[in-house]
Design a protein around this ligand. Structure first.
Ligand code: ADP
Ligand code: ASP
Ligand code: MG
Length: 814
């Protein structure tokens, strides 16, 4: 004989029930028990109706109507017109009884656990009745049985204890006697010896099926649900989670106990003692292998088998200086909780015995504080113990696996992964079985923690980087294109999974928590919501993804002023925007400190020399103990482009215009031509070399006429270039006469920096600098005479984008 259980989603509507029928019809066994849940969501609706009625809210009526409609529609879709009236009249009569019961609760404004169980039992009563009738109509040899006649419990409503002696004999008796091949029965519901309806606890249909399987010594217990087995983590929260092919009873029990809702925790016990295996399968993809739960342990399997969480948790702590001296505090503490039916899911006790701290369901916390304070009233009054402390909005996360006890370093890995992702740990416990390590964290961090741990323990080192891109103009668009092209290469070769979760320009912004499709980001962004920097940050914070990176491709001071909030929330920042790093030293240092404190890299390689590895090289020199003596550099790709192309055959205005159009200058070209941009760059290099310098400390020997410098917009600026064409030509002629070229040079030595146009003679390292190339000469203690030289294209959207990309990969390898 086989026992098949179908959960709420599997029987949610006529379409799904048809799939269930196919599975049952294709099952080979002499006899089959089919245990079904209520139509998906109906138990919640019933509880809600009962609650509303108990509050004397009229709202219960519409909930009842909803329940009625769900069932009547299902009958109408499943049962042929000719046979409908019989089924409909039975269903309607049950619904009437239900209505009377709920109305009763409404009139007295109260609901007892006993009445609640009676009301909630209608979910499984109706579903099992409808499904058995449908099976019979479809030609299956199916018979209905009221589970309340087989499963007998005590009177403990809402989570009754099964009387196995009577129940086993009832089940055996029924299945021995029945001639029908298929018996359809409701899960979850039972009755007390006195004949009152009881239930086995939320999710209890799994348990019903296990009880029946054990009573009749079934070959196997098959649990059909909406996912393909027990996964390495809840697949609804962790997209990369995989079904576990084979797992031991103990591991499955531990996983379900710590939140793997796919299996109701008590389910294992009855089948374990009989050695009956459980097979968890997917109603919607029955061909998938699913998960097999058996006695045999999978020695070769992974050490950590699954990661789970229990939400809605609260911590209850008792502490005080007097606790050490008073005997039996813990005993009294646990006794009082147990007397009030409050179950403790997590325990930690400081070894000093100054405090006890337990995790319980948040639903029980108010009550728990009240009863504990009452129980320790005397000690609290005398100041020996402080009043009980409650903390809510917490969750427990747990790593589970049979072989964990044999491995060292797992908890270290677990906690460092959580730490790196800025997940605050409130309490820690390791199960006595050493089959789990658990920690209490903030509920809002659950998704991030599960995904980060899953990545660490299951994903063969594939690291997911979640990007939030601000600015999709010249550089930003190129960057997105490079990400699009390289994604699969990076995943395969560098084990980096790069996803762009959010993007914004100055007009609109979009988010897609599954990753924005980079083939069509343009159209999507155009129809996004209105751009808002504060909201952009808040959304990223709320999404709370691990390895989140904010990418700033703008030149905006407003955007630069948001970095601190990102870094302070452990969100890395990669930027080609120079404003932050060239602002007051104080601010630059603050951002660097935040980056260190919150484990969030702050990278800005593209601030100097676009994609050239200048800052990274400098960092390595300093880190390895070298000291910078002097820096000489041509750092403006824009100015280099301008002076390489400017001669007596062209006009200065046209060359600058061309440079702007090619994206070789900042959107406001005056920032380049005034030397401000180069000042910022040499300032950043000086700072990265370990010096405290401000922008005002840098001497700027500008070549632009005063009037050009004072213009208020691009139009006026270009007009002034036309006006002063003669003076530009003069500069050119003077240099050309000496066989020299004009180069805009930045210099740093002995704590002093300067920028300005210089005439560079033939033979100098700078003389042959082409196009928009940059060059940096680092004179250091290790390179005192022959400087270390870095040279190459130092401007342009493509190379800047690739520099940003390189910073992101640095974070990936961090
Ligand atoms: P049913 O109604 O079929 O009993 P449940 O909702 O009770 O279904 O259980 C299935 C759900 O359990 C899945 O949809 C999934 O969201 C959740 N779940 C939580 N943890 C796990 C896990 N480790 N593996 C599989 N499912 C899990
Ligand atoms: N219908 C019940 C519940 O939702 C039992 C079950 O589906 O397992 O809790
Ligand atoms: Mg369930």
């Amino acid at each position: 004989m086989k026992v098949l259980k179908f959960g709420g989603t599997s029987v949610a509507n006529a379409k799904n029930i048809n799939l269930v029928k196919n599975i049952v019809a294709n099952t080979e066994a002499e006899k089959i028990a089919v245990v079904v849940s209520a139509l998906g969501g109906v138990t919640d609706l019933l509880l809600n109706a009962a609650y509303l009625a108990s509050q004397q809210s009229e709202g219960y009526r519409s909930v009842l109507l909803d329940i009625e409609e769900r069932h009547l529609n299902t009958v109408k879709e499943l049962i042929n017109i000719n046979s409908q009236s019989k089924v409909l009249s039975k269903v309607k009569s049950e619904l009437n009884t239900l209505e009377t019961l709920v109305e009763g609760a409404y009139l007295i404004g109260e609901i007892t656990p006993k009445l609640s169980d009676k009301i909630v039992s209608f979910g499984e009563l109706l579903s099992s009745y409808i499904i058995s009738d449908f099976f019979a109509q479809e030609g299956l040899d199916a018979q209905y049985v009221d589970s309340r006649k087989l499963i007998i419990t005590d009177e403990h409503n809402e989570k009754a204890t099964v009387n196995f002696t009577i129940t086993n004999s009832n089940c055996k008796g029924h299945f021995d006697k029945t001639d029908a091949k298929i018996t359809v029965m409701g899960g979850f519901i039972a009755s007390s010896e006195k004949g009152n309806s009881t239930t086995l606890g939320r999710g209890g249909s799994d348990y019903t099926a296990a009880i029946v399987a054990a009573a009749v010594d079934a070959e196997v217990l098959e649990i059909y649900t909406d996912v393909s087995g027990m996964y390495t983590a809840n697949p609804k929260l962790v997209k990369q989670a995989k079904a576990i092919p084979h797992i031991s009873y103990e591991e499955a029990m531990e996983l379900s106990h710590f939140g793997a809702k796919v299996l109701y925790p008590p389910t294992i016990q009855p089948v374990l003692s009989k050695g009956i295996s459980i097979h968890i399968k997917n109603t919607f993809e029955p061909e998938n292998a699913g998960t097999l739960i058996t006695k045999s342990k999978n020695q070769k399997g992974r050490t950590v088998r699954g990661i789970t969480h229990v939400g809605n948790t609260a911590l209850l702590s008792l502490e005080g200086p007097g606790m050490v001296g008073i005997p039996g505090i813990s005993k009294r503490f646990f006794e009082i909780l147990s007397q009030h039916g409050i179950s403790v899911v997590f325990i930690t006790q400081a070894s000093s015995e100054h405090s006890i701290c337990v995790g319980i369901s948040a639903n029980d916390i108010e009550k728990a504080v009240e009863i504990v304070n009452e129980a320790f009233e005397v000690e609290i009054e005398r100041g020996k113990i402080k009043p009980a402390l409650a903390e809510t909005d917490l969750a427990i996360i747990a790593l589970v696996g049979d072989n964990m006890k044999k491995h060292q370093g797992l908890s270290g890995k677990m906690f460092s992964t959580l730490g790196k992702n800025n997940v605050n740990i409130r309490a820690i416990a390791q199960g006595a079985s050493e089959r789990n390590i658990s920690a209490v964290i903030n509920e809002s961090d659950v998704k991030k923690a599960l995904n980060a741990l899953h990545e660490e323990f299951f994903e063969e080192n594939v690291k997911q980087l979640n990007l939030f891109v601000m600015g999709v103009g010249n550089v930003g668009a190129k960057f997105l294109e490079q990400v699009r092209q390289q994604r699969s290469y990076l995943k395969e070769k560098l084990k980096l999974n790069i996803r762009v979760i959010g993007m914004s320009n100055s007009r609109t912004m979009i988010f897609d928590d599954g990753g924005i499709n980079l083939d069509q980001w343009n159209e999507k962004l155009a129809s996004g919501e209105k751009a808002d920097k504060a909201k952009f940050f808040e959304t990223i914070q709320k999404l709370n993804y691990r390895n989140s990176i904010f990418v700033d491709n703008t030149a905006s001071g407003d955007v630069a002023s948001t970095y601190a909030s990102y870094l302070g929330n452990s969100i890395s920042v990669v930027t080609c925007n120079k404003i932050a790093c060239s602002s007051e030293f104080e601010n630059y240092q603050h951002l660097k400190d935040l980056a260190r404190a919150y484990n969030a890299p702050f990278l800005f390689e593209t601030n100097v020399g676009a994609g050239l590895p200048i800052i990274d090289t400098l960092k390595h020199l300093i880190a390895s103990g070298d000291k910078v003596l002097k820096i000489q550099a041509v750092l403006s790709g824009s100015l280099n482009f301008v002076f390489n192309n400017f001669n007596d055959q062209t006009t200065f205005h046209d060359i600058v215009k061309h440079a702007q159009e090619e994206g070789y200058t900042e959107p406001d070209p005056k920032i380049d031509l005034s030397g401000i941009d180069v000042m910022r760059k040499i300032l950043i290099l000086a700072r990265e070399s370990g010096n405290r310098l401000e922008i005002d400390d840098i001497a700027n020997n500008s070549f632009l006429p005063e009037e050009s410098l004072k213009t208020a917009n691009n139009e006026d600026f270009f007009a002034s270039l036309v006006k002063y064409e003669d003076s530009f030509q003069e500069m050119y002629a003077k240099a050309a006469a000496k066989d020299s070229k004009l180069k805009y040079v930045a210099q740093y030595e002995d704590g002093k920096a300067s920028v300005g146009l210089q005439e560079i003679p033939k033979g100098h390292d700078f003389y042959n600098l082409e196009g928009s190339d940059n060059i940096v000469l680092f004179y250091t203690e290790r390179y005192p005479n022959q400087p270390m030289i870095i040279k190459g294209a130092g401007a342009g959207a493509d190379v800047t984008a690739s520099g940003i990309f390189a910073d992101i990969i640095r974070i990936g390898n961090f």
